[in-house]
Design a protein around this ligand. Sequence first.
Ligand code: ADP
Ligand code: ADP
Length: 230
Amino acid sequence: NSAVSLDGVVKTYRLGEPVHALDGVSLEVPRGSYTAVMGPSGSGKSTLMNLIGCLDTPTEGEIFLDGQDVTRVSDRERTRIRGEDVGFVFQTFNLMPRLTARENVALPMVFRGIGRAERRERAAEVLDSVGLGDRLEHRPNELSGGQRQRVAIARALVNDPALLLADEPTGNLDTETGEQIMDLFEELYERGNTILMVTHERSIAEHAERIVHLLDGEIERIEQLSGVGR
Ligand code: ADP
Ligand code: ADP
């Protein structure tokens, strides 16, 4: 089965005039695939990410994450699924300023009840895998933007999620640093991770295997890319 599957997803916000933020979206995200989502402001990108990330529920339709129906479960269960199956990467990194890189990466494991020694070891291992093996005890303000984003990516990966969900992951980085993060995503993709990334930059989206174009809450088209080495 797919990492993510959406079937007839509708999201309507009702504050006054109803807004159909998503209006019948069906999409399969295969395991191990790399998808970018693009679309103009207001097209529904954030709504789509929030629904797939189990931060919100659809008005109609079904969403499956790693084979589990996340639309018909309790809030508590949805929170558990979010913690275990989704790794979030944000434009603004969202690291804890007082914690070291290693502590930031270890945090999601605290909520799973994993013991201290194993957390420390696993955090170091994942930081090493994103090229930060020599920055374990640095705090965010002692790291560059690109390094901070690598810490955030390591944190997203630490629970071995079914899906890496990235919202404008290069939005706060200069072009060269952004490209380095894209090199890392490519490596993660080659290692078998499933990546879904929202971006408004075409040059960033082109690193993916395919681009889902959203327009007015609907999938306008899906563009298959044949990148080098795929
Ligand atoms: P994008 O991320 O592509 O800019 P959004 O998903 O944020 O698009 O928004 C899609 C539509 O839904 C827009 O018309 C927006 O105004 C509306 N919308 C988004 N979130 C809310 C909300 N919490 N309440 C009411 N309307 C919303
Ligand atoms: P230290 O002895 O280094 O201060 P702590 O005893 O505070 O460490 O935490 C043990 C380990 O738990 C940390 O090394 C880190 O890997 C992890 N950790 C995860 N989240 C936190 C947190 N919020 N505060 C402290 N440690 C955390």
